[in-house]
Design a protein around this ligand. Structure first.
Ligand code: NZQ
Ligand code: ZN
Length: 391
């Protein structure tokens, strides 16, 4: 196992009516003028936005709002927010939504005190030294951004979807009311289930052994595999929605990565799919994972076999055969929750040769980096995986 440092400072307030704590928490974390940042219409339609605005008004907290964050959030929207916050003297950002809204908020929070272009952080040209405090009111369990230090932003020119990790931009608090997720369409719920499992799988598929971490990862995966289909069948079941919501945070607050080195190859390859086609991140992951797994499992069949046996109930003694059966059962699982398991299933057609080459080129940053750790993937490997996923 590897040495590690574990940092998960976000205060989680979980349960029905958790929103009632928002004004008190904003004051506690020093906010006096708040930007409420949100996406399309879902938070307005559900009445959540109005409720939060009213609560802030009642508590005497100045606030303004900025909506319009799209899934796979854009740099241009964050830049608009940075200008607005500077002009208005905003000292706290409240993200109301999912990963896209939270990531856009993080980008703004990092950009406000920075003199240069906030894209510098995502392009690896600079490291942030300050960040405006922010918090999340989570409406979709999926990306885990409410407890992670990461944010993923798409630069409008060139469709570059790049990430930046920094403990500075972790949310001060996260409000999680499972009732707020009842309105999620089945497709978004399934995308969330996929992403939650994948955040654990990216960490579990490591060449390092770490008993406690692995056991937590397996338990989390088993639970989401069991509760996921149940929540799709019972979208207004408080207990089931709660299980998925809490799993989403635990899957991406680094708990399942302590002492191991995560892979992240599937994530990096997926970001090119969502950048190019605008697809939902979870669906893009499902389209790629089995093809990634088939390509890399020979670098450690025992780990894949354990996953197959303990998460997917495979009863085969031989590791290689068990690993293959596990991959096949994941494909079936994705289909059973309405997720694609290939690029044509994802986008409704085959990707063109040109698109595959472009994604492989971008993913390997012009052939200068490898992706993944379980097996390091050079440009040629990434292209082969995209090609296999395109069948
Ligand atoms: O825009 P609105 O109208 O709010 O609709 C959203 C959006 O269309 C809808 N939605 C959210 N809550 C809802 C709801 N609809 C009905 N009822 C509700 N309660 O769901 C759609 C998807 O929302 P989005 O925020 O895009 O989903 P998600 O949380 O999956 O976030 C995806 C983004 O997060 C990034 C992804 O790459 C992608 O850009 N990720 C961020 C990570 C991080 N910061 O740590 C890690 C992840 O691996 C991921 O890469
Ligand atoms: Zn993800």
């Amino acid at each position: 196992m590897k040495n590690f440092s574990y940092y998960a400072p976000t205060q989680v307030v979980f349960g029905a009516n958790a929103e009632e704590k928002i004004p008190q928490l904003i004051k506690c974390y020093g906010g006096s003028k708040v930007l409420i940042h949100y996406g399309g219409k879902s938070a307005e339609r559900s009445g959540l936005l109005g409720k939060i605005e009213q609560a802030l008004t009642d508590a005497g907290i100045e606030h303004l709002k900025l909506g319009g964050v799209v899934p796979n959030p854009r740099l241009s929207k964050a830049q608009e927010g940075i200008d607005l916050c500077r002009r208005e003297g905003v000292d706290f950002i409240l993200a109301v939504g999912g990963g896209s809204v939270i990531d856009s908020s993080k980008c703004m929070a990092l950009g406000i005190p920075y003199e240069g272009d906030v894209w510098d952080f995502y392009a690896g040209l600079a490291q942030a030294k300050a960040c405006v405090p922010l918090a999340a009111v989570l409406t979709i369990p999926a990306a885990g951004s409410e407890m992670s230090g990461g944010s993923v932003i798409t630069k409008d020119e060139g469709e570059l979807k790049w990430s930046y990790d920094d403990n500075l931009c972790r949310c001060k608090f996260a409000i999680m009311n499972p009732i707020r997720t009842y309105t999620l369409p089945p497709y978004q719920t399934a995308c969330g289930i996929t992403d939650i499992m994948m955040h654990t799988m990216e960490r579990y598929f490591s060449q390092e052994e770490m008993g406690i971490t692995d056991a937590i990862a397996i338990a989390l995966l088993k639970s989401v595999r069991e509760f996921g289909p149940m929540v799709l069948a019972n979208p207004e079941d408080y207990y089931l929605r709660s299980q998925i919501m809490w799993a989403g945070s635990l899957a991406h607050n680094d708990l399942t990565g302590c002492g191991t080195i995560g892979d992240w190859g599937t994530h990096n390859m997926e970001h090119e799919l969502s950048a190019l086609y605008g697809v939902a991140h979870g669906a893009g992951l499902a389209a790629l994972w089995c093809h990634w797994a088939t390509y890399v499992f020979d670098a450690g069949p025992a780990r894949f076999a354990r996953f197959a046996r303990e998460v997917l109930d495979v009863e085969i003694e031989d590791d290689v055969l068990a690993a293959k059966e596990g991959i096949s059962r994941m494909r079936d699982f994705y289909h059973s929750i309405g997720m694609p398991a290939s690029i044509p299933e994802l986008i409704g057609r085959k990707a063109t040769e040109e698109e595959l080459l472009l994604m492989a080129e971008k993913c390997s940053r012009g052939r200068t980096i490898t992706n993944g750790n379980f097996k390091k993937l050079a440009y040629e490997d990434v292209l082969k995986i995209y090609t296999a996923a395109n069948e």
